[in-house]
Design a binder for this molecule. Structure first.
Ligand SMILES: NC(=O)c1ccc[n+]([C@@H]2O[C@H](COP(=O)([O-])OP(=O)(O)OC[C@H]3O[C@@H](n4cnc5c(N)ncnc54)[C@H](O)[C@@H]3O)[C@@H](O)[C@H]2O)c1
Length: 309
């Protein structure tokens, strides 16, 4: 029977299992570590229960969970798979190794997609047979609550494979976007990195505190970004649209860009970040705060779903 093979049952692999099962697909989860596999189904159940409780799934937990199985055999996991979603640790050697195994064992028609956060597919698929079915499908954590998937082909990825992956992600209820060509960090982490680098530079140079730079995003920029992107934001922020906006503020943005320099992340900066964060959130309270973050994300996902109906 055709199914989706999820390779690596850590944080992201487990979340993908919930996404694909919620979307109606049969899922087989594989992990090299038997302990991760033992825990996986119970953790997927917890995620599904949260989604059901918040109106993000219309079926029962048991119905959706029945589509998820685990296997300790990579051969068995891949047998009959229409799509493989790889989620092993973020190291190029680890990606290279697992893609070699996937190529040996999977049917040549099976799409091999990596969840890598920023490593280009060409760095670990160049030497493979049937490399035209390999690509990146990068989720944002947790994919069960945040729908974006970046589809990033290597130069040799077949256009039909890109199209099939996009269709599968849409069918699963995600929001796929395409990069026309690969670039390290893709779009998500390049944009996130640009903001993070500037936030750290402002803190390092003493212009703003850690607490206030976070406030700039959560109380200033973030509320709009929940439902529109940076280009739509500027289009709506000047009477004449994007051109008008850039005529008014373009010179300022250019001056800022020209003043930006590449930074290292010095120990002094990390000490400062850690110490300011400790005052705001002691380590002992981090788990509770992470649960709070996930509840908040769930409520926002439910709101977005309700508004898109
Ligand atoms: N955590 C995030 O926020 C996030 C977001 C988007 C993408 N990603 C990407 O997803 C991938 C997985 O990240 P994660 O956070 O789930 O990591 P993780 O450490 O939680 O899970 C990795 C899993 O892979 C398993 N594993 C290791 N080698 C394996 C092998 N050869 N075969 C099968 N299983 C193997 C490990 O046992 C572990 O369970 C990475 O490429 C990461 O960059 C992570």
């Amino acid at each position: 029977m055709s199914h989706i093979a999820v390779i690596g049952a850590g944080l992201i692999g487990r979340s993908w299992a919930s996404v694909f099962a919620r979307g109606g697909y049969e899922v087989v989860l594989f992990d090299a570590n038997p302990e991760a596999l033992t825990e996986a189904r119970a953790l997927v159940r917890e995620t599904l229960a949260d989604l059901v409780d918040n109106g993000l799934i219309d079926e029962t937990v048991d119905t959706v969970l029945a589509r998820v199985s685990v296997s300790d055999s990579l051969e068995q996991t891949l047998d009959g798979a229409i799509h493989v979603q790889e989620n092993v640790p973020e190291r190029v050697e680890a990606k290279r190794e697992i893609f070699e195994r996937l190529t040996e064992l999977a049917d040549p028609e099976t799409v091999l997609a990596s969840s890598t956060s920023g490593i280009t597919a060409s760095s670990f698929t160049e030497h493979l047979a049937h490399r035209e079915r390999c690509l990146v499908a990068h989720p944002v954590n947790p994919p069960a609550l945040i729908p974006l998937v970046e589809i990033v082909p290597a130069p040799w990825t077949d256009a039909a494979v890109v199209e099939r992956t996009r269709a599968l992600m849409s069918q699963a209820g995600q929001t796929p976007i395409n990069l026309n060509a690969e670039i390290p960090g893709f779009a998500v982490n390049r944009l996130q990195g640009a903001l993070l680098n500037e936030a750290l530079a402002l803190v390092e140079d003493g212009y703003i505190s850690v607490e206030d730079v976070d406030r700039v995003v959560k109380d200033g920029l973030g509320p709009r970004w929940f439902f529109m992107g940076p280009i739509e934001t500027i289009d709506l922020n000047a009477p004449g649209g994007v051109r008008d906006y850039m005529q008014r503020l373009g010179p300022m943005y250019r001056e800022i860009a020209e003043s930006q320099t590449v930074r290292g992340y010095s120990d002094d900066l990390l000490d400062q970040l850690e110490s300011e964060r400790q005052k705001i959130l002691p380590v002992a309270e981090r788990d509770e705060r992470m649960a709070w973050r996930d509840r908040y994300l769930t409520e926002l996902a439910a709101l977005k779903r309700q508004r898109s109906r």
